[in-house]
Design a protein around this ligand. Structure first.
Ligand SMILES: Cc1cc2nc3c(=O)[nH]c(=O)nc-3n(C[C@H](O)[C@H](O)[C@H](O)COP(=O)(O)OP(=O)(O)OC[C@H]3O[C@@H](n4cnc5c(N)ncnc54)[C@H](O)[C@@H]3O)c2cc1C
Ligand code: SF4
Length: 327
């Protein structure tokens, strides 16, 4: 690992100012950053520790749920209000990583975790446009079973790995940030960017911009929500395909719906066509199956990952069945 300076920030303004150069990195739980520094994929000159300047509070009020950026994944997953009002969020977090990692991992860090593409994580592989812009993409000629089928570009097909982000997308959450010019609010669906010709840019955050909290609004769909994740092992594995689903029903008819996908998109993916096909329809298996068929509209597959299309249809249909059956 390359040597670096360490700054435990005392004030948020200090963190923003010192995090601004492209050679700085913020650290929260460290479960991702330290991993990538050990692999020589991340080589910052300065690591700015956010633990002294951000909140870890989990609060529920008229607006909904506010998660401090430092709220640990374990604390969010087992919070009584989260489990009651937004079961999808608790289930998504508990479907990821391990208890030890979740104890350290934070809300902000989880949303900003980087892809698990094996070629990206191996600094000895020369071709990776995300790691070294313009160098090519080893995955396109390589093994792509875990890679994305939605939102891919000719430069990068890496999947976004976060489970929590998929649940937060289905809950219409927004990320609140602080940057040099002030504060702003970013809908979760706008936080991550498509790879296009610049896969090295993964979010709309500016250098030095800190996530301070995440707000999940109260929702008529919150309690009837669930997360279903299919993976190679029953635990401690990233998603091959997952779905976060939230439904509002009225006398057996679907009034509104949110469906977000994980493991298949270059970013947490909203299945808009599926949502549209659900609204106004009876809450039946037939409706769920028909709507699920639209979930991967526009998919671009490789021979290794084409199985994700039918798999995702089944995952979405089953998640909808599960949400529809909730009391
Ligand atoms: C073995 C293993 C298995 C895992 N399995 C899963 C899984 O199945 N599903 C899943 O979703 N995740 C999984 N994870 C990933 C895990 O969820 C992330 O490592 C964790 O959530 C990152 O949070 P952190 O606080 O430790 O982030 P850090 O490592 O501290 O930071 C991550 C990134 O976010 C930036 N950052 C952190 N906080 C802020 C902030 N407030 N503002 C701006 N930038 C910030 C950092 O600069 C860094 O780039 C796994 C991890 C490991 C090691
Ligand atoms: S898919 Fe993206 S992250 Fe993976 S090797 Fe290609 S450019 Fe790099």
């Amino acid at each position: 690992m390359k040597s670096f300076d360490y700054l435990p920030a005392q004030k948020l303004e200090e963190a923003v100012a010192r995090g601004e150069p492209r050679t700085s990195r913020f650290i929260a739980g460290g479960t991702l950053l330290v991993d990538l520094m050990r692999l020589d994929v991340e080589r910052p000159d300065l690591v700015v520790d956010l633990n002294g300047v951000l909140s870890s509070d989990i609060a529920w009020n008229e607006a909904g749920l506010t998660l401090g950026a430092l709220a640990r994944n374990t604390d969010v997953a087992y919070d009584d209000t989260v489990r009651r009002e937004f079961p999808v969020l608790s289930e998504a977090i508990l479907a990821g990583a391990s208890p030890q990692i979740r104890n350290l991992a934070t809300t902000g860090g989880n949303l900003l975790q980087r892809t698990r593409c094996a070629y990206f994580r191996d600094a000895a592989v020369p071709a990776c446009n995300k790691r070294k812009p313009g160098s090519g993409c080893a995955a396109l000629e390589g093994y792509t079973r875990m890679h994305a089928i939605l939102g891919v570009s000719e430069r990068c097909i890496a999947a976004h790995p976060s489970d929590m982000a998929v649940a937060l997308l289905a809950l219409d959450a927004a990320v609140h940030t602080r940057r040099a010019t002030g504060e702003r609010q970013i809908p979760l669906g706008d936080l991550h960017t498509l790879p296009g010709t610049t896969p090295e840019l993964e979010t709309v955050l500016e250098p030095g911009e800190v996530i301070t909290r995440v707000v999940v609004p109260r929702s008529p769909r919150g309690r009837r929500s669930t997360y279903l994740k299919v993976r190679d092992r029953a635990s401690f594995a990233f998603a091959l395909s997952s779905a976060a689903v939230a439904l509002e029903l009225e006398q057996g008819t679907i009034r509104s719906a949110r469906v977000a996908l994980g493991g298949v998109g270059v970013k947490p993916w909203r299945a808009a066509a599926t949502e549209a096909a659900l609204v106004g329809r009876p809450a039946t298996s037939e409706t769920y199956r028909a709507a699920a068929k639209l979930a991967t509209s526009g998919a671009k597959t490789t021979p290794d990952n084409a199985f994700k299309v039918p798999l995702t249809e089944r995952v979405v249909a089953r998640a909808l069945e599960r949400a529809g059956a909730l009391a």
